[in-house]
Design a protein around this ligand. Structure first.
Ligand code: GDP
Length: 138
């Protein structure tokens, strides 16, 4: 698959970084083929991060993800999942490589500015969670 799912997270939308992050995405051969700014409900956020529900940080993660608007996106390009994971950088910005979005903008391991799918299978599920087919226009 040549698509991945992305979220520009609350710490980034709050600091007016949507355009700066989109620039980095586009400079790295990813095309934004769907995008909307929404405020996640608790139940949407819990459903999205259900895989982490037993983790000690789950409550904090849900509070954070619902604290400000987010921008959900579908990105298209060669090896989109792998490419975007590299463009994002490591989960913890302290471990992120120079030039990555998280190295540049993330505040800490939780407020790390962006989400990107970690597999083609999850990309499909995550895209479907937020977008109808007719909202995705290459
Ligand atoms: P990702 O795929 O790089 O986003 O990382 P994960 O799937 O492991 O975690 C999902 C999200 O949960 C991360 O992007 C962070 O926002 C948050 N998170 C992950 N690990 C921690 C942690 O140890 N503490 C806190 N507070 N948040 C975390």
């Amino acid at each position: 698959m040549n698509k991945t799912f992305s979220i520009i997270k609350p710490d980034a939308t709050k600091r007016n970084l949507t355009g700066a992050i989109n620039n980095i995405i586009e400079e790295n051969n990813l095309r934004i083929i769907a995008q909307k700014r929404i405020k996640l409900t608790k139940s949407q956020a819990k459903g999205f991060y259900v895989i982490h529900k037993e983790k000690p940080f789950f409550g904090d993660l849900i509070d954070y993800m619902t604290s400000e608007p987010v921008v959900v996106q579908v990105l298209e390009g060669d090896n989109a999942v792998k490419n975007y994971r590299e463009v994002m950088g490591a989960t913890n910005p302290e471990n992120a490589d120079d030039g990555t979005i998280r190295k540049k903008f993330a505040l800490n391991i939780q407020e790390n500015s962006v989400h990107g799918s970690d597999s083609d299978e999850n990309a499909k599920i995550e895209i479907k969670y937020f977008f109808r087919d007719e909202e995705i226009v290459g």
